[in-house]
Design a protein. Structure first.
Ligand code: SF4
Ligand code: SF4
Length: 466
């Protein structure tokens, strides 16, 4: 398929399929998007707010399908940590997690979950062409429970079969990484190290006695880079949190020049912040304002582009207006007007991963509040009630669909419903867009495309939406 982007006066024309072009036309403040076939427009999408049903529902069969095709199993293996990072989601700013009590995960229960999932993966409901399943270890600080990691690696190496090949991932503060490096390298763990930039940028990441952790982490990364370069190059990534002691440019400049790596950027999580702490949190969540060296900015924009925040927004625009995003096969095969969609962009339960907490709760991922648990591991069985999970999700969808129906972002919403206040009751979405806000979004997207038309082809070829 050929993707061409042509700019002509106020129009941008994108050839999205062999048979039609997409025309985005700007007329003063109005945006019109239409498909053109054989030189005539046949589908007007004025302001993109045409009828789009949000009455979709899920069933127990959908939940079972996700479990039988699972690719990622995460464990919170301890709630203890050797650091006391100021912005930690288990720290003073947040209320939506279980109380931390220096617990370790129960290996017997973790193995029950693995056995349950291997049975599902061995069933005929597994239609995935891939057989790799990642086991991820999270904390607290997961390297404080190395006994569990070794036990689970040993166990999964023994039970893997032709349907299931286990691989391993860990997210660590790297304080004990050097100590356990041989094991980590032996099993080719994908390691994500948390580091927020230079020593000044990283000053929220301290030990419990207030001493900075930066030097140990920096020296460990330098050691791996020097003595295990191939591993460092292919398996190690750095995650940096943006806050008021740094910004994207400073982080990029430090990590890229010191380690030759492009960091993953993450923002502080607004969900679950205590109302009494919201002012302090807002100050901390705001990136540092500093005029940057133009050369660094230029270098960063060149290297980061698909990862930058602006381009992430553009990705949604390009995919949704290029006729290449389908929520399901009905969406692909049936006329869009006749298909019922799910509100928000929340993944189907367990379609991305499953996560078990130190308190035996089962969640669809490690990011969301523990109050959204979908099951638990009991003494001798895994309690996952497929019907009940489908019922819960449908209830969440029902609670938000009338809000989303009036939102101009509804066709390409980026929100996870678990980040929306009061989901299941009277939800309030801070991203909801009226016509004006949506026009600004279209204008921004067109401005970027007009300036950098090569991004269209790169987004179509290099980005995969899941
Ligand atoms: S944050 Fe939401 S959309 Fe993302 S993996 Fe978790 S449940 Fe799914
Ligand atoms: S931005 Fe909010 S209101 Fe709009 S569609 Fe997404 S979840 Fe619904």
């Amino acid at each position: 398929m050929n993707y061409n982007l042509i700019q002509n006066n106020n129009d941008i024309s994108i050839q999205v399929e062999k048979e039609y072009d997409l025309i985005i036309r700007k007329n003063n403040a109005d945006i019109t998007i239409c498909k053109r076939k054989n030189n005539s427009c046949y589908c007007d999408i004025n302001n993109a707010n045409y009828s789009y049903s949000l009455n979709g529902q899920i069933s127990a069969v959908d939940v079972n399908h996700s479990l039988a095709n699972i690719r990622h199993i995460g464990f919170e293996i301890t709630d203890s940590c050797n650091l006391d990072c100021v912005y930690c989601i288990y720290g003073k700013f947040y209320h939506n997690h279980d109380v931390r009590s220096n617990k370790k995960i129960d290996p017997k229960k973790a193995k029950l979950l693995i056995d349950y999932l291997v049975d599902k993966l061995d069933s005929s409901a597994n239609i995935s062409p891939k057989n790799e399943v990642f086991i991820s270890f999270y904390g607290g600080e997961p390297l404080l429970n190395m006994k569990f990691i070794k036990d689970i690696v040993d166990y999964t190496q023994k039970i893997q079969n032709s349907h299931v090949l286990f691989k391993y991932m860990i997210t660590t503060n790297a304080i004990y990484l050097k100590k356990h490096l041989d094991f980590i390298i032996k099993y080719s763990f994908i390691v994500t190290v948390s580091l927020d930039g230079s020593e000044k940028n990283d000053a929220y990441r301290n030990f419990q006695n207030g001493n900075p952790s930066f030097k140990i982490v920096y020296d460990t990364l330098k050691y791996i880079q020097k003595y295990h370069y191939d591993y460092f190059d292919s398996c190690l990534q750095i995650n940096s949190v943006i806050h008021n002691l740094n910004n994207q440019q400073e982080i990029f400049s430090f990590i890229y020049h010191e380690f030759g790596k492009i960091p993953n950027f993450s923002m502080l999580n607004y969900t679950g912040v205590r109302s009494s702490m919201i002012n302090d949190f807002n100050i901390m969540a705001h990136p540092k304002l500093e005029k940057m060296d133009n050369n660094i900015n230029e270098e960063m924009n060149k290297i980061l582009d698909l990862e930058s925040n602006d381009i992430k927004k553009l990705q949604s625009f390009v995919f949704h207006y290029s006729g290449n995003v389908y929520e399901n096969y009905n969406d692909l095969l049936i006329n869009k007007g006749g298909v019922e969609h799910l509100p928000t962009s929340t993944c189907l339960p367990f379609s991305r991963r499953i996560f078990m907490t130190v308190n035996n709760k089962i969640l669809p991922c490690e990011r969301i509040g523990h109050e959204f648990a979908l099951g638990e591991i009991e003494n001798s069985r895994v309690n996952i009630d497929l019907e009940n999970i489908a019922f819960k999700y449908n209830n969440y969808y029902n609670s938000i669909k009338s809000l989303c129906a009036n939102c101009f972002y509804k066709m390409h919403c980026l929100m996870c419903m678990f980040d929306i206040s009061n989901i299941g009751e009277n939800p309030i979405c801070e991203r909801m867009a009226d016509k004006q806000k949506f026009k600004e979004y279209l204008n921004d997207s067109m401005r970027i495309l007009a300036k950098r038309s090569e991004l269209y082809k790169r987004i179509m070829n290099e980005i995969i939406l899941v």
